[in-house]
Write a protein that binds this ligand. Structure first.
Ligand SMILES: Cc1cc2nc3c(=O)[nH]c(=O)nc-3n(C[C@H](O)[C@H](O)[C@H](O)COP(=O)(O)OP(=O)(O)OC[C@H]3O[C@@H](n4cnc5c(N)ncnc54)[C@H](O)[C@@H]3O)c2cc1C
Length: 370
């Protein structure tokens, strides 16, 4: 048979497009993924101890878009949660992202927003328009806090100095002078009540959608007949790395189940200056699961290479130049839509990917009769 759409990747980009095309246009969609499961990097599962964990790092869903919440709410109920994290440095836990509580910890006494604002104004190093991640942080909080919380975390994560990375990398972390100690400020912060994988199963449960797992596009393209391709894999791989390989950072996840109800004082603890891992995540604190045991996951950033997962596109001037060459090439490719994080070589949050997929659906013209 000839499928209307071959969709490469069963993550947010591929699944949302399949659902829209099948349910709104009656199109037949074959969704393939080279992994053994749906949900892309948002995949979650119960481990041997029965703890619901996120296989590819913690995925904290948050958005300011009512439209995206309404869309996903067709497929899930929600477990509301304020994501809280701490940072471990100088032998103690600190409130993070930086807020008035952190400032008080630093002073060792009570303070006020006014005092914090005055002090930061003295500490700040002014830059008219910060060009990189070092400048953006020291222009907001000065060198001392930059070195405590940002400098080495970023070096571990990206294997580059913050001065070599786009301002957006560190610039998206909030700095607050009030007591709001949530990780992010978005108005909607929640996890799918039964997990991401269960939500994806519902998104893809349409009679016009077929999902084939353990199926690589490089093989499938030889035999599958289709009218339009939606590609959400790495753009450089699609073009056989014709301009050279795009660089990514990858992560080694080390899981450990412990015979205690909770292991650490927050869902996530960052380790900017100690150990080789960047953070330890105890997802159970966010999912609200009640169990006498817990599972923690340590994250070790590593180099990307054959057989590794390309987790993070590297946002820097040199990588942008190369990814733009691929983007130009992709724009010329007829009958193919490049959608999602890997196909556009850009870090996006999940809600942004849902938004991108919904926008792509609006843009795609109906295929017409065969
Ligand atoms: C460690 C980590 C933590 C994150 N935390 C958050 C968070 O807290 N909040 C948030 O909003 N976002 C978070 N994100 C971002 C989130 O993962 C992405 O926004 C989202 O997964 C992107 O969806 P996607 O469909 O574009 O890509 P993906 O989820 O990566 O899906 C692409 C799919 O394509 C498949 N594929 C690739 N190549 C081929 C091929 N040749 N053949 C067949 N299949 C192929 C892959 O196996 C994959 O399943 C995080 C990302 C990472 C890496």
């Amino acid at each position: 048979m000839t499928w209307d759409y071959l969709i490469v990747g069963a993550g947010f980009a591929g699944a949302v497009l399949a659902e829209r095309l099948a349910s709104q246009r009656g199109a037949t969609c074959l969704v393939i993924d080279k992994r053994a499961h749906i949900a892309g990097n948002a995949y979650d599962r119960y481990d041997a101890a029965g703890v619901l964990i996120h296989t590819y790092g913690p995925h904290y869903f948050r958005t300011n878009s009512d439209r995206i919440v309404a869309y996903l709410s067709q497929f899930t109920e929600w477990h509301h949660v304020d994501y809280k994290i701490l940072s471990w440095t100088d032998g103690r836990h600190w409130q993070f992202p930086i807020n008035l509580n952190t400032f008080e910890q630093l002073l060792g006494r009570a303070s006020t927003s006014e005092e914090m604002e005055r002090t930061l104004a003295e500490w700040r190093v002014p830059f008219e328009s910060p060009r990189n991640s070092e400048e953006v942080i020291i222009s907001r909080v000065g060198r001392r806090l930059y070195e405590m919380f940002f400098k080495n975390y970023t070096r571990k994560q990206w294997k580059r100095d913050p001065s070599e990375l786009d301002a957006s990398v560190c610039g998206r972390i909030p700095i607050r002078t009030n007591r709001d100690d949530r990780f992010v400020s978005d108005k909607f912060q929640a996890l799918p009540k039964d997990g991401y994988t269960a939500m994806f199963a519902k998104i893809l449960a349409h009679p016009k959608i077929e999902v084939r797992l353990n199926t690589d596009f490089r093989e499938a393209r030889k035999s599958v007949q289709f009218r339009h391709l939606i590609y959400t894999g790495p753009v450089d791989e699609y073009f056989d790395h014709c301009f050279g390989a795009l660089p990514y950072r990858t992560i080694r996840f080390e899981e450990e189940t412990l015979p205690v109800e909770y292991h650490q004082p927050a869902m996530q603890v960052n380790f900017p200056n100690d150990y080789e891992y960047t953070r330890v995540v105890e997802m159970k604190q966010a999912t609200g699961q009640k169990l006498p045991v817990t599972t923690i996951v340590r994250e070790y950033p590593e180099d990307f290479g054959p057989g590794r997962e390309p987790y993070y596109p590297i946002p820097a001037p040199d990588t942008r130049a190369l990814s733009e060459r691929y983007a130009e090439r992709a724009a010329q490719e007829r009958g193919v839509s490049f959608v999602g994080r890997l196909a556009t070589y850009r870090y996006y949050n999940m809600d942004q990917i849902v938004g991108m997929a919904l926008a792509e659906f609006e843009k795609l013209r109906p295929l017409g009769p065969t």
